[in-house]
Design a protein around this ligand. Structure first.
Ligand code: DQA
Length: 139
């Protein structure tokens, strides 16, 4: 099984960025934990601060992988282009947000992506990525 976690802008700063909101763990450490926990899964990780690079990655893997776990960061609330890409590809996408976006500013309450996603996991911290993996592997 081939899964990928795609993180959008500013999520390269996890561990340093507003730890009271996003926690103090780095994504690199969390990926090590996930790969240990799910040794039979081919789990890739991709992060970009650039909308076009995220689009290119979705196009590249979106017809061959078994699942995409996408935290689009702020692009969630702005990017019709990424929403169109999620709709265009055949690989199912689970949208993840570390923080509870509904308990934050109004502009975070709308996602352009959710309508095209298999499901959405919000506000459960880094564990949200883990729940998404478990859904894809049927656990
Ligand atoms: C986020 C929530 C977004 O509103 C924000 O722009 C992020 C992170 C989250 O994981 O909680 O960058 O997607």
């Amino acid at each position: 099984m081939k899964l990928i976690i795609i993180n959008g802008p500013n999520l390269n700063l996890l561990g340093k960025r507003e730890p009271e909101i996003y926690g103090s763990q780095t994504m690199e450490d969390f990926i090590i934990h996930l790969r240990k926990k799910f040794p039979n899964i081919n789990l890739e990780y991709f992060q970009s601060n650039h909308e076009g690079r995220i689009l290119d990655k979705l196009h590249e893997i979106g017809f061959s992988y078994d699942g995409i776990i996408l935290n689009g960061g702020a692009y969630t609330h702005t990017s019709i282009a990424i929403a169109d890409a999620i709709s265009a590809i055949s690989t199912p996408v689970i949208e993840v947000h570390i923080s509870n976006v509904y308990a934050r500013e109004n502009f975070r309450h709308h996602s352009y992506f959710s309508a095209y996603c298999k499901g959405v996991i919000v506000g459960l911290g880094m564990k949200g990525y883990e729940w998404a993996v478990m859904d894809f592997i049927g656990k």
